[in-house]
Design a protein around this ligand. Structure first.
Ligand code: CA
Length: 446
């Protein structure tokens, strides 16, 4: 869709090249003359979000760093080059092209860093577990030497892996196999950002924190979202693959009766973030994939968190695909795959004041997952849906959810109270699922 924007220019350039080469261009005569010059390689860095393609097209739209001058077009191959190009989150228009995989856990000379390299202050997992075992420590927030040492160690890792993207930036992968390993890309209070064609994997936290009061039983809190839009506006995420590849959480041990998670969200959208389009991306092999709105009490999110999700694949995701508070979220033509052997909780999380409109999404699940399992509500009151397919059959998510939970949960209403104006053609769920399988994720454009 977006390529169309630049194609006429390319055709003109190609015709001009033929004229300059002294060839007479005649329709139909190409075969008899020399080979026409190859089409110029597609430059993702100069592409912009198409008109009308989701919430990020609102107002001035999303153009990222497409207007960058030549001095602000970078090709980067390691963390140091990437950090230099990001320029401390500056808002100068810039295009950053990533070649190959960049490991965020490296020092300034490119040498790999592991958890031991970050550890300081006498932190040790055994000592930490001994200090805060619920049987002896109880339910208070951890304090003392081990927690101080954990925080100090975590700060050393954060300094390496958190990568700030400023306004007017386009970050794209070159061809196949381009991406970032172990990094947490963050757009904080910035506007007009494009992230495309990147494999983002394994934002691994070396130093999870124990939170005794989370969820009644306590839980491990991990620090890094693979991509975090915090207060960010006009953001287009496209053809990104985000996963825990390399370190699946289900292989981590259990401490204090809870899975010792190493990863936070794949793509979290919080704190007043607004006008976001996430398209043709893959979210895979992960627990909590996408949180839109991070607190019931964050009432400043009212009227914001407007997000469009289309043609994405959620594959082997345990929960939050997405979980929404406050946002007007348009969710269409996505495909969900639940594996037979993995953990699964739910896909669509309906939370405080969320106004989700879900159209023509497809779910492929094993036998033990029922339609009513696909939706979960916490303090949410509505979900508007149509065209949902469940293992090839049309289903009404809300009527089944309401029937299943009748008597135990409040019924979900079905009118979101708004009408999406910004979107491309909405296909049937089956057609979209086939398109997503063929074309979503990194390495499939450019
Ligand atoms: Ca998060």
């Amino acid at each position: 869709m977006t390529a169309l924007r630049t194609r006429p220019v390319r055709r003109t350039a190609a015709a001009l090249t033929l004229l300059l080469a002294g060839l007479t261009f005649q329709p139909g005569a190409e075969a008899a003359t020399a080979q026409p010059p190859a089409a110029p390689a597609r430059d993702l860095g100069r592409e912009v979000l198409a008109d009308g393609d989701g919430w990020a097209a609102d107002g001035p739209g999303t153009t990222g760093g497409s207007t960058a001058d030549d001095a602000h077009v970078f090709t980067v191959r390691n963390r140091a080059q990437l950090v230099a190009a990001l320029d401390g989150g500056s808002s100068v228009p810039k295009i950053i092209k990533i070649a190959g995989t960049i490991d965020a856990n490296t020092d300034d000379r490119g040498r790999p860093l592991d958890c031991a390299d970050y550890t300081t202050g006498g932190y040790g997992l055994k000592a930490y577990l001994a200090a805060y075992a619920p049987a002896t420590w109880g339910g208070a927030k951890p304090t003392g030497p081990q927690e101080d040492a954990r925080k100090a160690s975590a700060a050393r890792q954060a300094e390496r892996v958190e990568l700030l993207i400023g306004s007017n930036t386009t970050l794209v992968g070159l061809g196949r196999g381009a991406g970032i390993k172990g990094g947490s890309l963050q757009v904080r209070d910035a506007d007009n950002v494009i992230v495309r064609n990147l494999e983002l994997r394994d934002a691994y936290d070396c130093f999870p924190a124990w939170q005794p009061n989370t969820g009644g039983l306590g839980d491990w809190k991990t620090a890094y979202d693979t991509l975090w839009l915090r207060g960010a506006t006009h953001v287009w995420v496209d053809h990104v693959t985000a996963s825990d590849k390399g370190h699946p959480d289900d292989r981590e041990p259990t401490y204090f009766g809870r899975n010792y998670l190493r990863h936070d969200g794949l793509l979290d959208i919080t704190n007043g973030a607004d006008l976001v389009t996430v398209s043709w991306s893959r979210f895979a092999d992960h627990d909590k994939a996408m949180l839109i709105g991070n607190g019931d009490g964050v009432t400043t999110d009212r009227g914001k968190l407007r997000v469009t999700l289309h043609h994405n694949e959620f594959d082997s995701v345990v929960q939050r695909a997405p979980r929404v508070r406050f946002g007007q979220v348009h969710l269409y033509n996505n495909h969900y795959t639940v594996p037979a052997d993995g953990e699964y909780r739910y896909s669509l999380g309906v939370s405080t004041e969320s106004r989700i409109i879900a159209e023509n999404n497809a779910f492929t699940t094993p036998g033990h997952v029922e339609v009513a399992d696909l939706v979960k509500s916490w303090n949410g009151s509505l979900l508007q849906q149509r065209g949902t397919e469940f293992n090839g059959y049309p289903v009404d998510l809300v009527s089944i959810y309401n029937a299943y939970n009748s008597g135990s949960e409040q019924d979900l209403a079905t009118d979101a109270g708004w009408t999406p104006a910004l979107h491309g053609p909405i296909d049937t769920a089956a057609r979209a699922a086939a398109d997503v399988a063929r074309a979503a994720g990194a390495g499939r454009i450019g």
